[in-house]
Design a binder for this molecule. Structure first.
Ligand code: MTE
Ligand code: MO
Length: 250
């Protein structure tokens, strides 16, 4: 294992990752960016990844959070790099009716001063950002996509969220949930995505609004959002409660 910081791209690691069992990944609390940055291991070989995973076991969420650099950006790509065809994961058609854009409301609760539910129209009136970034699933696949929407930090300020609170919890129409530390929620690339490649998101990709957070593994990018809560009590999440590393980011 080299102690030098390895300048690896996620695309170089993806094939290696595919060889690792899901169990190993879960035990290791793996996150790609964190793995490369924090272990200093050469992730271009299988043994390098093994070494990195062992080192990773020594870190816990608090350490990862302390090392998180709020201004470090996830890599962005040109439009030509967008993956075709773009796959989707974990979509259940029975939730579609609850996510119809006209009836849809985003509930806001917890440590915020303005608790009025948001319509899609109201969200679309806020400043928008676009990003072409890589989505990395813990199960060993990744793809590059373009998402546009409202930066979460803009939204949190707008609802008068207590920015000193520890957590932002996300709840989805299909019962899925996840949560973020406040620093990651305020990261400039963390957005409430409304569009994919300049067209409205479709249900399988998270319509009408999903979170998109390129500094973390894919399971944090909650689709078909229903509610956001700002909290100091640890909210957990669907996969987090089953042993996925909570921080899972770089
Ligand atoms: N509502 C909801 N959001 C979700 C999930 C889910 O099951 N339900 N799965 C997560 C996981 S594990 C991944 S990898 C991504 C997949 O996003 P995609 O379908 O846009 O590829 O969504 C995340 N967000
Ligand atoms: Mo995933």
């Amino acid at each position: 294992m080299s102690r030098k910081r390895a300048a690896v791209r996620a695309s170089d690691i993806a094939p290696e990752l595919a060889q690792l069992s899901r169990r190993r990944l879960l035990k290791g609390g793996l996150s790609l960016g964190a793995l490369a940055l924090m272990t200093g291991c050469d992730l271009s070989s299988h043994s390098g990844i093994d070494a990195a995973l062992s080192t990773m076991l020594e870190f816990d969420d608090r350490v990862q959070a302390a090392l998180f650099n709020p201004s470090r950006l996830a890599e962005t790509y040109p439009a030509s790099a967008i993956t075709e065809p773009f796959r989707f994961n974990a979509y259940y058609p029975e939730w579609q009716v609850r996510t119809a854009p006209v009836q849809w409301r985003l509930d806001v609760s917890g440590l915020v001063s303005e608790k009025t539910p948001w319509t899609l129209q109201n969200l679309m009136a806020l400043p928008q950002e676009s990003q072409i970034t890589r989505h990395i699933c813990i199960e060993g696949w990744s793809q590059i996509g373009q998402w546009s929407g409202v930066p979460l930090h803009v939204f949190l300020r707008r609802i008068g969220a207590d920015l000193r609170a520890h957590y932002v919890a996300l709840k989805c129409c299909d019962g899925y949930s996840t949560s973020l530390d406040m620093a990651s929620a305020l990261h400039p690339q963390t957005i409430l995505a409304i569009d994919f490649k300049d067209a409205p998101l479709t249900p399988e990709w998270g319509a009408p609004v999903r979170l998109r957070i390129p500094t973390k593994l894919g399971f944090k990018s909650a689709k078909n959002l229903q509610a956001i809560e700002v909290a100091n009590i640890y909210p957990g999440g669907f996969w987090e409660d089953q042993g996925y590393n909570w921080f899972s980011g770089s």
